[in-house]
Design a binder for this molecule. Structure first.
Ligand code: NAD
Ligand code: UDX
Length: 448
């Protein structure tokens, strides 16, 4: 029986290995991690990650050909193929701080593989890494090898080279190592650039009276542009886009390409601008102050159908509102109070480092409360900010919400999910990203 061991039981390692296990019953898959709480959660009824369908896949294979363990060395030693999907955060200090990828976790995994291996191994880079990491890893492995052969592959999370068992061959792209590594960074940079482009247009739409949804629809009809990934929003979040672009910027700078580096940096600058523009809009609409006012925040995850809050725009928006002394009441169907308080207490870039660097019991931000119901969050509030596009926010009883709010009652829709016209009929003043402004908002222009 072929044995796979995956180092890193996170958002990538856990779900990817669960799919390999269900698609390949003849392969034994063990996912290992140094974090005991994470492994315990994978072995429990409450998985550490929420994703539609994941529970069923894990429960169908766990204990049969899918296992989760903290016994890292034993399973690495026994494996034929080792996937490495450890975190590769942005460096927080030293050379390249704030940009370069921190390969500490990758390197320590590679050294451990060299240490415990007694048979030939295929080592698969699953983490997103800077170009030429495979070469560095190969050096670590071969210089410490004790006569063992290693083959190093790069299989970034979105590619499918080793999945011929269930992916048609014509869909499998094979490239040289460096192209594979760079493709991952390039894909995320292009995707993020698309969102920053549409978000930049959203500011212009608000200024001119155009409607960003109509603009997106119109340009998306050109097949060279295409209709996907053109939704204006309060900003992109998630663990990859910003980190990978910063990494790309650093690689460009190291290769003497400052113009290219600056080009990609601008994608992040527009994203930061979009988040602060949103906060400014909230504050300016309410007579230039939210001090002491209750503001409801609906949605904290970086997108719907996940409990993942890494780099979520909600962090910057909530920090901005708290900075202006608002009382913020947050509701998200999948994010716990503990997680939200941890996120709001954490320094930039610390989230992707191991648990011991993160505050275990963070000093709660006093102006922030977390509730388990959208109506509770909005009760007595002056404004409601929608920051994640959860389907349930489309179906709320907005009349009930309006009746229980202070007047004038505002809705700031950071995801364009509500029917603004219906809400205006109820009596709300509504701000939708990139849409023509209410008379009230026009009279109170936001200064970014
Ligand atoms: P994660 O933080 O959720 O998981 C990484 C896990 O690795 C952690 O549980 C950590 O404890 C473990 N780990 C670190 N060092 C270890 C070691 N030496 N031995 C055993 N376990 C160790 O991260 P993630 O979101 O799964 O991302 C992993 C990699 O995949 C990153 O490089 C990321 O950039 C890339 N990636 C992530 C996504 C995504 O959507 N999350 C998508 C594409 C690529
Ligand atoms: C991304 C890449 O899409 C994926 O290929 C890669 O492997 C990991 O990073 P993910 O972070 O899970 O995936 O989410 P994605 O759906 O790409 O959304 C990223 C962010 O962009 C979210 O905050 C989302 O709300 C935002 N977004 C997306 C927009 O604001 N507008 C859009 O039109 C699309």
């Amino acid at each position: 029986m072929v044995k796979i061991c995956c180092i890193g039981a996170g958002y990538v390692g856990g779900p990817t290995m669960a799919v390999i296990a269900i698609k390949c019953p003849a392969i034994e898959v063990v996912v290992v991690d140094i974090s005991k709480p994470r492994i315990d959660a994978w072995n429990s009824d409450t998985l550490p990650i929420y994703e539609p369908g994941l529970d069923d896949v894990v429960k169908a294979c766990r204990g049969k050909n899918l296992f989760f363990s903290t016994d890292v060395e034993k399973h690495v030693a026994e494996a034929d193929i080792i996937f490495v999907s450890v975190n590769t955060p942005t460096k927080t200090r030293g050379l390249g701080a704030g940009k370069a990828a921190d390969l500490t976790y990758w390197e320590s995994a590679a050294r451990m593989i060299a240490d415990v291996s007694k048979s030939d191994k295929i080592v698969v880079e699953k983490s997103t890494v800077p170009v030429k990491t495979a070469e560095a890893i190969e050096k670590i492995l071969t210089h410490n090898s004790k006569g063992i052969n290693y083959q190093i592959l790069s299989n970034p999370e979105f590619l499918k080279e080793v999945y011929a068992h269930w992916v048609p061959e014509e869909n499998i792209i094979t490239t040289n190592l460096w192209s594979a590594e760079l493709s991952k960074l390039a894909a995320n940079a292009f995707l993020a650039q698309r969102i920053s482009s549409v978000n930049a247009m959203s500011a212009l739409c608000e200024a001119t009276g155009a409607n960003v949804s109509e603009v997106s629809y119109a340009i998306g009809k050109d097949s060279r542009i295409g209709p996907k990934f053109l939704n204006a929003s309060v900003g992109f979040g998630g663990s990859c886009f910003q980190k990978d672009i910063l990494n790309l910027v650093y690689i460009c700078e190291c290769n003497g390409l400052p113009e290219v580096a600056n080009y990609w940096k601008q994608v992040i600058k527009i994203n930061d601008y979009q988040k602060s523009r949103f906060v400014n809009r909230v504050v300016s609409s309410m007579f230039n102050t939210v001090s002491g006012k209750k503001i409801a925040v609906l949605g904290f995850a970086f997108k719907k159908d996940t409990g993942d809050t890494r780099e979520t725009p909600a962090i910057d928006v909530c920090k901005g509102l708290v900075g202006d002394k608002a009382q913020v009441s947050i509701y998200d169907p999948q994010v716990t109070e503990d997680q939200i308080q941890r996120d709001l207490a954490m320094n930039k870039f610390d989230w992707d480092h191991p648990m011991h660097l993160q505050p275990t019991s963070p000093t709660a931000v006093k102006q922030v409360s977390v509730v388990w119901d959208a109506y509770e969050a909005a009760k007595g509030a002056h404004g409601v900010c929608i920051l994640t596009e959860w389907d349930e926010f489309k179906k709320l009883d907005y009349q009930k919400i309006f009746d229980n709010m202070q007047k004038p009652a505002f809705v700031f829709d950071g995801r364009n999910v509500v029917d603004a016209e219906k809400l205006r009929e109820i009596g709300f003043i509504v701000y939708s990203i990139g849409k023509p402004l209410d008379g009230w908002l026009k009279d109170m222009p936001a200064v970014a």
